[in-house]
Design a protein around this ligand. Sequence first.
Ligand code: NAD
Ligand code: GLY
Length: 377
Amino acid sequence: MATPLFHADLTVHTQSHDYPIVITEKTAIDHESMASQIAPYIVGQQVLIVTNETVAPLYLEALQQLLEEQFTVKVCILPDGEQYKNQTSINQIYDALMAAHFNRDVTLIALGGGVVGDMTGFAAASFMRGVNFIQIPTTLLSQVDSSVGGKTGINHPQGKNMIGAFWQPQMVLADMSTLKTLPARELSAGLAEVIKYALIMDVDFLTWLEQNLPAMMALDLAVLGEAVKRCCEYKANIVAQDERESGVRALLNFGHTFGHVIETHEGYGNWLHGEAVAAGMVQAAELSQKIGWLTCNEVARVKRVLSLANLPINPPPIEVQTALGLMGHDKKVKQGQIRLILLKSLGKAVLTSDFDAQLLTEVLAKHHSQGTTESIL
Ligand code: NAD
Ligand code: GLY
């Protein structure tokens, strides 16, 4: 077995159970190490691997063969894309489980990015009122964010991630070497969530990223591994404090309310989630500046670091009333009031509804009138 260049083990503490995150850099999901890492977390004999049409040809065979040595393994291959993150795909997973006559002892394994992970988790949360699942995230975004913390679900045509459940995995295995096949645009989308952690909680990490983003974009797996580890540490810490998002966990949604408007308005899949979050973080930073919390130079720094990661810094033009209407569907809306994550300073975020609505309108209107001229999409 090849010795990994990078390896880290973390633990996520939750109310239901504690579970490990293993971050490793091997040689393309190698057999022996997968067996030793995953098998202990499969309690029964039944395994359903859920993946998609893109990831299956890359990584399914190795995983399936290995697991078949010990377990009864079935596979469900979903169509690829955010536009398929819906009830039809969930039904496909249920159909595969029913056709195999699997029961409460089944373990679902999500092999893929955040879309596969969120849907597999939701199917696991709801099949027979809840069965085990394991996350094998294969995109940077899913390694640093979506595979950890137990948010699962699907989209509704009128809103992102509107239907779902909190349901924690039994383990997360992030193999950095899977990033070698990830398209550059997807890697950048993942970097948006990495940059998010720096902006909301650690300005030193922002400086680290400014220095290390070129190496990450050149696929230096050890540097990427270090970034994934740091992000998972931030996330595990937050999830341990606030698993169900009644407080501090909401800060992880920095840029997301603006971003969800873009994703919903443009049609799921046209803007990548990470791209929409990037443009959304700029809007949130601009609103923070209007309130007087960030300086003009700090907003410029936010734009620079996102641009360094090849991310868009302007949303597409969206009519202000439409944007406000879409924001009204956000899960953070309370008693009709839009609540946003804003930056008190770089590295310090707050959830607030305490801003002048006119300032929000100005931020939305600026981008509506500017269109995408500043965007690098
Ligand atoms: P994704 O799952 O659509 O994956 C991106 C693309 O990369 C897809 O085409 C996929 O097939 C492909 N792919 C995956 N792994 C690959 C690999 N190793 N090599 C080549 N291609 C590969 O997108 P994503 O960015 O991973 O996740 C976005 C989703 O995650 C959104 O639905 C978002 O709402 C969700 N999300 C959830 C949470 C959470 O806490 N649950 C957090 C953030 C985002
Ligand atoms: N991605 C936000 C969260 O997990 O809470």
